[in-house]
Design a protein around this ligand. Structure first.
Ligand code: SF4
Length: 219
């Protein structure tokens, strides 16, 4: 492992994003779980617009478990995949009440067994609610990992997570996850990254992707 490169990445992220955290709005453990579930293939801002309304309309887990699917759908219909997500929310609420006394479990296999919860969501919950060192690989983290040469573009999400865990020290996982998401969301975007002045250009696999290509001289 190239320790200089690793330190360069960590120093850069610390300078750019010294105090970053979860951008999803929540007050209770299950509210975060539902917010993360809703955030699949949509932005945190879109989720933050509907969750206060959803949790006001259904203030307890029991209310969500007993709600007609159509009523949940109506509340979250501005979010992509809302039919499936409404079903998952209702089933999730019922499962938490039935099997976990209404509390969100910290165990990874228990989390993954919940309706609509995959490895990424489980990792977010474990790090955000329980302070357990995890790196959740979302679309931004996945892209950054290969752009920075830590993984390959062809790697699966699981392999990317393994490589990130091996590459960075465990006590940095939680902060690093938030920093990579912020960098990917606000600077190193998929299509138009803001490469001008980026101090990771020398290690990046796709530097200046967004700069206009010089015109070919056809004369
Ligand atoms: S040079 Fe551009 S693509 Fe590479 S890490 Fe920096 S912002 Fe991202």
């Amino acid at each position: 492992m190239d320790q200089n490169k690793r330190n360069k990445i960590l120093d850069f992220l610390d300078q750019q994003y010294p105090n970053v955290g979860c951008e999803l709005w929540y007050r209770k453990d299950y509210e975060l779980l539902i917010a993360v579930l809703l955030s699949a293939q949509t932005t945190d801002q879109s989720v933050n617009k509907v969750t206060p309304i959803l949790f006001k309309k259904f203030p307890r887990l029991e209310d969500l478990a007993n709600a007609p699917i159509r009523s949940i759908e109506n509340t979250i219909q501005s979010i992509g995949l809302f039919h499936t997500k409404a079903k998952h929310i209702k089933a999730l609420a019922a499962t938490l009440i039935k099997n976990y006394q209404g509390k969100v479990p910290s165990d990874k296999s228990q989390l993954i067994s919940l309706p609509g919860v995959g490895v990424k969501t489980a990792n977010v919950i474990r790090s955000e609610l329980f302070n357990i060192p995890e790196i959740a690989v979302d679309t931004h983290v996945f892209r950054l990992a290969w752009r920075l040469g830590i993984s390959k573009k062809s790697d699966s999400v699981e392999v990317t997570e393994k490589k990130l865990r091996k590459y960075f020290p465990q006590d940095r996982y939680i902060k690093l996850h938030h920093q990579l998401i912020h960098f990917g969301r606000y600077a190193c975007q998929a299509r138009k990254p803001n490469c001008v002045g980026c101090r990771l250009q020398t290690i990046c696999k796709e530097p200046n992707k967004n700069l206009e290509k010089p015109l070919i001289n056809r004369g």
